[in-house]
Write a protein that binds this ligand. Structure first.
Ligand SMILES: CC(C)(COP(=O)(O)OP(=O)(O)OC[C@H]1O[C@@H](n2cnc3c(N)ncnc32)[C@H](O)[C@@H]1OP(=O)(O)O)[C@@H](O)C(=O)NCCC(=O)NCCS
Length: 204
């Protein structure tokens, strides 16, 4: 089944095939039926890759809560899949009832064997585009300061460091890590894109 999200500015169609230096990959929306495959993907990741997430998505009950949040419409999640194996995912998290209902948090994960292939960029762009379609006015992404790939991906999309939270995350060994929050103002971003004649920069 192909689902098209249509807004005044542009539309996104799922499933959709994109190419990275590692070949073609299908992007499609995540649903309840994907919980097992996403859990397997998460459980295969190095623990450090998951430090930016406040909840441990390697736990089945956390995955169930993720699926319920998708069904409620609080999270939009896109999977990168090939031959039914999950190779990456992007999520747009909003809290429509909070004082930050205009803010969307973007989360991106790529399989270690595909790092550097451009998949992370594609997923981050997809998350930005979905968040903007959902009406977000401000986008944020957080990661530990040593996640150089994540910082590179979001800075390439114009995100700037907005906050550094010292010793904010504690890993399973009890070691603390600093967290950086990058952000992007949607109106400024769209104005920049128009100025550069790149109104469809997030398309495709
Ligand atoms: C963030 C993540 C999705 C990026 O995936 P990816 O497929 O490697 O991303 P891309 O190949 O599109 O781009 C990676 C960029 O980071 C750069 N990069 C990767 N590792 C790097 C490092 N250790 N130091 C500096 N730059 C690095 C690459 O050079 C590339 O930049 P370029 O396009 O200018 O060459 C992936 O690293 C990941 O899953 N990390 C763990 C989870 C995480 O931190 N998520 C972000 C929180 S929102």
């Amino acid at each position: 089944m192909s689902i098209t999200i249509v807004t005044d500015s542009f539309s996104r169609t799922y499933p959709r095939t994109v190419t990275s230096s590692e070949g073609s990959i299908v992007l499609r929306l995540m649903g309840a039926e994907d919980a097992g495959a996403v859990l397997a993907f998460a459980q295969a990741l190095p623990a450090h890759d998951l430090l930016f997430l406040p909840r441990d998505i390697t736990q089945p009950k956390v995955m169930s809560a993720w699926v319920r949040a998708i069904e409620r419409g609080d999270i939009d999640s896109v999977l990168a899949v090939r031959d039914e194996a999950v190779l990456g995912c992007a999520a747009v998290i909003r809290d429509p009832h909070s004082w930050s209902s205009h803010v969307a948090e973007l989360r991106v994960l790529a399989a270690p064997e595909l790092r550097g292939s451009g998949l992370g960029h594609k997923l981050a762009r997809e998350a930005c585009a979905l968040a903007i379609e959902r009406g977000a006015e401000k986008l944020v992404a957080r990661m530990t300061v040593d996640q150089r790939g994540a910082i590179a991906v979001f800075q390439a999309l114009g995100f700037k460091p907005e906050a550094l939270l010292g010793k904010h995350v504690k890993d399973r060994q009890g070691l603390t890590h600093d967290l950086v929050v990058l952000s992007q103002d949607v109106a400024r971003f769209e104005a920049q894109m128009r100025a550069y004649g790149m109104g469809e920069a997030l398309g495709g």
